[in-house]
Design a binder for this molecule. Structure first.
Ligand code: IPM
Ligand code: MG
Length: 361
């Protein structure tokens, strides 16, 4: 049976990095017996330009007929002035919501070859291996009411941070299950000292822990403290579970432990669908220059193999090929430090493909 992958390169550096990930899929087909086919669709700004919407009906049909989605990045200055529902970011939020992708896995693993690439001290980050489990289709990103209105002659903007018990329970379950396969520790992050929604979050996580996951070590942290602890002593964390907004912020922060946001893949999973994308954005400033780091997207393919395609064996091979490429000293410009030479986006992709071929023989 052929596996069908919807490929949505999106904007900015999206097409460049996705192109390298697709090369990797090609090698997996040719040399490792993967039977994948893929079809491209639009998302984000290019979706608006080509198909009239940041998440068009054509793309919706494509992804619903696919086994998994590989996405690049969305956004750019060109579309910033559009009405909010037409902006690239709205397309990303809509596809997450439409596919019910409530659980966003954002692993931060420090690669020993890149210890010096981080702005943090090597002794602080050595051995860091954190999984941020971010709730992705609720919270303040989607809560109603929201808007900008004029009251007493001045404008007033508002959003609503809302979580129901069932939403908290399902993301909590995801985190506890993930922890059981790792170091068995979950840290739940919220702002329960101030926010009612966070107080409920904490109580539901405690109840869930007591009733079903008492074997997992659970701790709680306020988000401000968590932001500090992440750079003070990141090794204390195994799995972090948190809401949509806090997860967005903390996962960008956590990425800096690895030296470059260009290293971090993600998986967004629901009951049925899986979507895979780097956590970084579209980087319009370097788009089209063949300079971006494709490793986060290539590592997202590994997550796709693991979570959607039931090919953990191939996921490990892709991760090994990335390690071997880093071992060989191949660096894109974001990873090069202390006068190290750097290669282009496509050369990095080629290097990973060559490392894969070597593992095949
Ligand atoms: C991310 C991004 C998105 C988010 C934006 C582009 C809508 O920052 O995936 O982390 O806020 O979720
Ligand atoms: Mg973000």
């Amino acid at each position: 049976m052929t596996i069908k992958i919807a490929v949505l390169p999106g904007d900015g550096i999206g097409p460049e990095i996705v192109n390298e990930a697709v090369k990797v899929l090609g090698v997996l087909n040719r040399s490792f017996g993967l039977n994948a086919s893929w079809q491209e669709g639009t998302i984000g700004g290019v979706g608006y330009d080509v198909d009239g919407a940041p998440y068009s009906e054509a793309t919706r049909k494509l992804v619903h007929a696919s086994d998994a989605v590989l996405l690049g990045a969305v956004g750019g200055p060109k579309w910033e002035k559009l009405d909010k529902p037409l902006r690239p970011e709205a397309g990303l939020l809509r596809i997450r919501e439409d596919l019910g992708l409530f659980a966003n896995y954002r692993p931060t693993k420090v690669h020993s070859q890149l210890l010096d690439a981080s702005t943090l001290k090597p002794e602080v980050i050595d051995g860091v291996d954190i999984l941020v489990v971010r709730e992705l289709v609720g919270g303040i990103y989607f809560g109603q009411p929201r808007g900008i209105e004029t009251v007493d002659g001045e404008r007033r903007g508002y959003n609503t941070m809302v979580y129901s018990e069932s939403e908290i329970r399902r993301i909590g379950r995801t985190a506890f299950e993930a922890a059981r396969l790792r170091s068995n520790r979950v840290c739940s992050v919220e702002k329960a000292n101030v926010l009612d929604v966070s107080e409920l979050w904490r109580n539901v996580i405690i109840e869930l822990h007591e009733s079903e996951y008492a074997d997992v070590e659970l701790s709680h942290m306020y988000v401000d403290n968590a932001a500090m602890q992440l750079i003070r002593n990141p090794r204390q964390f195994d799995v972090i579970v948190t809401g949509n907004l806090f997860g967005d912020i903390l996962s960008d922060e956590a990425s800096m432990l690895t030296g470059s946001i260009g290293m971090l893949p993600s998986a967004s999973l629901g009951e049925k669908f899986g979507m895979y994308e780097p956590i970084h954005g579209s980087a319009p400033d370097i788009a089209g220059e063949n300079k971006a780091n494709p490793l986060a997207t290539i590592l997202s393919v590994a997550m796709m193999l693991r979570f959607s395609l039931d090919r953990n064996d191939l996921a490990e091979i892709v991760e090994k090929a990335v390690e071997n490429t880093l071992d060989a000293g191949v660096r894109t410009v974001d990873l090069a430090f202390g006068g190290e030479a750097s290669v282009s986006c496509s050369a990095m992709g080629d290097a990973v493909c060559a490392a894969l071929e070597e593992l095949a023989s």
